[in-house]
Design a protein around this ligand. Structure first.
Ligand SMILES: Cc1cc2nc3c(=O)[nH]c(=O)nc-3n(C[C@H](O)[C@H](O)[C@H](O)COP(=O)(O)OP(=O)(O)OC[C@H]3O[C@@H](n4cnc5c(N)ncnc54)[C@H](O)[C@@H]3O)c2cc1C
Length: 299
């Protein structure tokens, strides 16, 4: 399979890239190429111009300012995986990125590419929804920011205009004692998940939940934030029975269906994965032993 013909551009600065995107008709940004190259080869994408941003090295960084973590769009997924700063400040992101594809795809794949591609099951999109991440977008008029909920419009569709680029992602951090869990079910290791569940939560000294943010991936076109369930959790002491009741609410979600996976199966997976993610996140927040279903993953 060969891509359709296109003109190749390799800007070395953000300004140069933005000028190209503003001037050229039907251009596509190339980051890690882990989604764009297959789409070109299968001719799902047929750009006349490809703007390779790999030379804009100042778009690859991970830094923390107070309780805000900022990651440049060109940061490789593998650098996120091995960053001590992320392991300490944003362990949910690390747990999720370990489930993105394979180490070979993570070597090249970027955070920005994953968010812009916006596969319904992309782990990075679900994590951005859980944190309420802010996306920094550069265009001919300068920079603007968009909350993830405004950025992720629909099935593989973002709010980016053709002449804009994603340049960074900002995550408002949670305190170090917060519990977290990201789990998913995929047919084979490295496949896109059928369904994923991610949870961040905090509990007070008596074990009552004081803050929670939850989302499912793979059930809809964009990650499904479960704000009603998160609100229900506040003030409750966590227990397997409480989490099972909360997860039952996933039985009502409007899950998508395709030729291979029914909506009923996705809902069933959502219930099981959310219950397990809640149990694990709560155990981590309260310093209790991990539930048995999480022990093999922690080993
Ligand atoms: C075998 C395999 C398994 C995979 N498994 C998973 C998985 O389990 N989970 C998962 O989430 N992904 C998976 N992927 C996809 C992988 O994570 C990609 O890395 C990711 O989807 C795209 O990132 P990229 O940097 O490679 O972007 P590219 O492929 O270069 O680009 C993807 C899209 O984003 C646009 N884009 C990229 N960067 C920017 C930017 N800064 N501004 C504007 N537009 C931009 C491009 O124009 C293109 O439309 C898998 C890929 C393969 C090949």
């Amino acid at each position: 399979m060969k891509p359709p013909p296109f003109a190749y551009h390799a800007p070395s600065s953000l300004n140069e890239a933005l000028q190209l995107l503003g001037r050229l008709e039907n251009a596509r940004v190339l980051a890690g190429g882990q989604s764009l190259m297959p789409m070109l080869n299968m001719r799902f994408a047929q750009p006349d111009h490809v703007v390779d941003i790999n030379g804009i090295t100042d778009l690859a960084y991970i830094r923390r300012e107070g309780m805000m973590l900022e990651i440049g769009a060109l940061t490789r997924q593998r650098d996120i995986e091995f960053s001590p700063l992320i392991a300490e400040a944003c362990p949910l992101l690390r747990e999720a990125i370990l489930q993105v594809g394979h180490r070979q795809t993570r070597n090249r794949g970027t955070l920005g590419g994953s968010l812009c591609h916006l596969d319904p099951a992309a782990e990075m999109a679900a994590v951005a929804a859980i944190y309420g991440a802010e996306l920094v977008i550069a265009g001919p008029q300068g920079q603007r920011t968009a909350a993830f909920a405004e950025f992720a419009l629909d099935y593989m569709t973002t709010c980016l205009a053709p002449e804009e680029m994603l340049v960074a992602v900002r995550y408002p951090l949670w305190p170090a004692e917060s519990g977290y869990c990201f789990i998913e079910y995929a047919r084979r290791h490295g496949d896109f998940a059928i369904v994923s569940a991610g949870v961040l939560l905090r509990a007070d000294a008596s074990g009552r939940i004081s803050q929670a943010s939850l989302a499912l991936g793979g059930v809809g076109a964009v990650p499904l934030k479960l704000d009603a369930i998160a609100a229900e959790l506040i003030g409750k002491a966590g227990s397997p029975a409480v989490f099972a009741t909360m997860a039952e609410a996933c039985g009502d979600i409007d899950a998508m269906e395709d030729a291979l996976i029914t909506a009923t199966y996705r809902r069933q997976l959502a219930k099981t994965l959310l219950r397990r993610a809640l149990e694990t996140a709560y155990a981590r927040a309260t310093g209790q032993p991990l539930p048995r279903h999480a022990q093999h993953r922690a080993a």
